[in-house]
Design a binder for this molecule. Structure first.
Ligand code: 9MR
Length: 471
């Protein structure tokens, strides 16, 4: 028997042996396996997944909130600020300010963004709520086009359509003004979104779709299957995953995620929260994480807020941090489960795994920098995917030092989208990340410490350049 983590490590080594030049191998093997991730984003990144949170623009002035959010999460969803009523309060007049605050905060901190949501029966602006028929269809498509175009290139995935199916046993579409414009409104929205932002993954997002036996789950599944068969541009399905005692995590959750993934779409857990407390809550969180980790195309998990007090249902204490920002038992169980590893995410959007890219051998210089002080930074390659790669920088103290900082410079069009085991800051261009230790940076002579990051390469596989400076 092998554990998922052992399997993952083997996969990583196999990839290294399969595709890298001997000189590179020596560097890779000289570096010990990365330490277990000490944050949610770091632990998730080890198997190629993201870990995200919903963010409210009104809380970005709260230092406790932003410290936790910045440290733990690398995928950001605007909790309300990119919904239809926020984006287009008056017909033809778009208000980007709150959405921009969140998108800019995310990007300045090296995070990606899930866009939520382009078309929805709820949270429509007043002017749209009273519309019907072809006028509404036109207004909806125009909204999708304008919003997706405005944020083009900045969104990892859009919830193109949200919550379009009925609860209960009918398996029917939800009756809404959008549905009354014609059953093809969903695919029309997806086509408009693809035309506006071809680089964003396009998701259908819903709740109560977790239990494989439920009629709503089956109805969404059949729609996605039909879309794939007919070439409607859909890339992913979002499972909101709002759980409580009346709607617990189903025992067949893994089956649901796997069956959707088998249709050829990514699956993402998009709004996770679980009411409860203590070990019972912790166990349910663990089960959700475990289910995602077991599905190669489950590419990430987003929780619906940072602290319990930030939640839309604060009384249910459904999140991973308490109101004071302390880690709860649920946090620890999620982190531990992520650190068990999982089925690595293959090349997202590309079902054929290609661990290395022929003809795109990374430039192997400079791998080392003697440092401007008495430390040395050494680069080693990590996991590679179609669209991104992981790297590790090992800092070595040449004599005893009390602190260090290391710059990692990527070149356009590369972008660092996740980091772990350090506190990053960024220059205005976004190309230069300065990493500092999260705690004390003191190292004895000869001692090493490592941090890691994910680079979205956009076709450029060049290694980053490094500096190290000691204090
Ligand atoms: O958390 C959001 C809350 O602040 C809003 O008042 C509410 C309005 O509809 O939306 C909440 O977020 C919802 C999300 O957009 C879609 N899925 C259900 C979420 C929880 O209600």
């Amino acid at each position: 028997m092998t554990t998922p983590r052992q399997r993952y490590r083997r996969g990583r080594l196999a990839a290294a042996f399969g595709g890298l030049a001997a000189a590179t191998l020596a560097v890779t093997l000289a570096v010990p396996a990365a330490a277990a991730g000490s944050t949610l984003q770091a632990a998730a990144a080890e198997s190629g997944r993201y870990f995200g949170t919903a963010i409210a623009a009104s809380r970005l002035n709260d230092g406790t909130y932003t410290t936790i959010a910045n440290r733990e999460f690398n995928m950001i969803t605007a909790e309300n600020e990119m919904k239809m009523d926020a984006m287009q309060p008056s017909r033809g007049q778009f208000n980007w300010s709150s959405g921009d605050r969140i998108v800019n905060w995310a990007r300045q901190n090296g995070k990606q963004v899930r866009g939520h949501a382009l078309a929805w029966h709820s949270q429509q602006p007043g002017w749209m709520q009273n519309m019907e028929g072809s006028a509404l269809r036109t207004a909806m498509l125009d909204h999708v086009t304008q919003v997706a175009s405005y944020y083009r290139g900045k969104i990892y995935a859009w919830d193109v359509v949200n919550e379009a199916f009925d609860d209960g046993s009918s398996g029917a579409r939800r009756n809404s003004n959008l549905q009354r414009t014609g059953n093809d409104w969903i695919e029309a929205a997806f086509r408009a979104a693809r035309a506006a932002d071809p680089g964003a993954k396009l998701c259908y997002n819903d709740y109560n779709t977790d239990n494989w036996q439920h009629a709503k789950t089956q109805a969404v599944y059949n729609m996605v299957k039909d879309f794939k068969a007919r070439g409607v541009p859909i890339d992913c399905v979002g499972f909101q995953a709002h759980f409580n005692s009346g709607n617990p995590v189903p025992s067949n959750y893994h089956t649901t995620l796997q069956n959707f993934a088998d249709l050829g779409v990514d699956v993402q857990i998009t709004e996770l929260d679980i009411e409860g407390s203590g070990s019972s809550q912790a166990q349910q969180y663990q089960g959700v994480v475990q289910a995602c980790l077991a599905v190669a195309r489950c590419t990430g998990i987003t929780v619906w807020g940072v602290r319990d007090t930030d939640s839309w249902r604060a009384n249910g204490t459904p999140l991973l941090f308490d109101g004071s920002g302390n880690k709860k038992a649920a946090y620890t169980s999620v982190l531990n489960q992520l650190n068990q590893g999982g089925t690595p995410v293959p090349n997202p959007g590309n079902p054929t795994p290609t661990p290395t890219q022929p003809g795109t051998t990374p430039t192997p210089t400079p791998t080392q920098n003697p440092g401007t002080g008495s430390c040395t930074a050494t680069y080693s390659e990590g996991q590679k995917w179609n669209d991104r790669f992981n790297g590790t920088v090992t800092i070595r103290a040449n004599g005893a030092i009390s602190g260090w900082s290391s710059t990692v410079t990527v070149r356009q069009p590369q972008r660092i989208i996740a980091t772990w085991n350090g506190s990053p800051t960024w220059d205005a261009s976004g190309n230069v990340m300065t990493m500092r230790p999260s705690g004390s940076g003191a190292l004895a002579a000869g001692q090493t410490v490592s941090f890691g990051f994910t680079v979205q390469h956009n076709g450029d596989w060049t290694w980053p350049t490094l500096t190290c400076s000691a204090s």
